[in-house]
Design a protein around this ligand. Sequence first.
Ligand code: FDA
Length: 408
Amino acid sequence: MEFFDIAVIGAGAAGMMCAAVAGQRGQRVVLIDHAGRLAEKIRISGGGRCNFTNLQAGPGNYLSANPHFCRSALARYTPRDFLALLKTHRVSWHEKHRGQLFCDHSSESIIDVLKAECDAGSIAWRRPVAVETVRFADGQGFALDTSAGPITARALVVATGGLSIPKIGATDFAYRIAKQFGHKLVETRPALVPMTFSSEEWEPFAALSGISLEVEVATGTKKAEGAFVEDLLFTHRGLSGPGVLQISSYWQSKEAIRINLMPTREPVAELLQAKASARRQVGSLLADWLPARFAHVWLDAQNIRHDTRIAELPDKVLRRLGESLAAWTLVPSGTEGYRKAEVTRGGVDTRELSSATMMSERVGGLFFVGEALDVTGWLGGYNFQWAWASGVAAGLAAAEFVRQARNA
Ligand code: FDA
């Protein structure tokens, strides 16, 4: 039997951050992970450069059944704090787009920073090690049966993430532990995920695979509405690209998505004005505004020959064409699922956790952090910022919990 102050299960973004913070406060911390490779999600993130935070990260960038929960942790550990950490490790970075920060070289540098911080906290690593059972005995803490033998710890942090990309080690472990200790779950589903359509509906557009264009894409209404101006990418089976990934997190099954294919123009007015240049063909005009291949397919779908001169098209037809471009409405049949989802929406219900510490209100010393919780960030570095912020909050609180328990 091995004894520790704190056991952290899951050595991903949130788990490593949490372990490092607690270890550096003098607690004996063990960090357990079942995967062969360390922090694989960090490694593959941001196309290998890890979009590790977003300068604009705030509570409004997260979806949750308890939208204020993330506020406290995000305010106490900000993107600037993470940048200060990177500076001490001399990791260089750049801003790509709308506050999204990426490593200049490789996402490996983020893993190296977290590993070095864990080493500075004298963390005991146990990996690849599987946790088979967890038991709680009041006054003694948590007893873990692992593939490397039994471990006991005064506090337990569950940092095993969500369900996306099972191939690299995602499991429902956090949800099972939450249920075991009487916590509720918010229904989970794939998020930041490409959307798919029935083969009949997609047949006319399948040939556009690879084409990308900036659009405004929206779904839902009122408080549940998500709307983003971002790129959309056609795929063989449906739609992807940042705009579609963003609204996939808001989408409810059977709901429509609405796409304005020309968000910076007034297609109806501009098509009608174009009648003045009478010799212009409609296909060539649309190709000034949109990718040519897309313009042709779109006109086909509207039963308009692309070589028709604009002057020959009645106003009614041009108006309908313009309206179709401004409001393409379609109902996805589904998504590409957890296999392709960047994150999991839903998870451990935060209404029974402290937003300041991430600790369970049911079981003293039990913490949940990161993506396992029902806190889902937008695309653009927000999910890692949540992992860092919730990891730090729990690391500090778990260290304090153990200190007080020792002195009691
Ligand atoms: P994370 O998934 O990082 O770690 C969980 C750990 O627990 C893993 O090491 C796993 O092996 C371990 N584990 C699971 N079950 C276990 C069990 N039963 N026993 C022991 N260990 C177990 N976000 C962002 O902000 N910017 C980005 O650029 C990207 N890019 C990106 C690309 C791709 C392809 C994906 C899939 C995801 C992203 N993300 C992202 C999302 C981001 O990776 C994610 O939100 C965080 O990694 C979540 O951090 P956690 O520490 O909570 O879980």
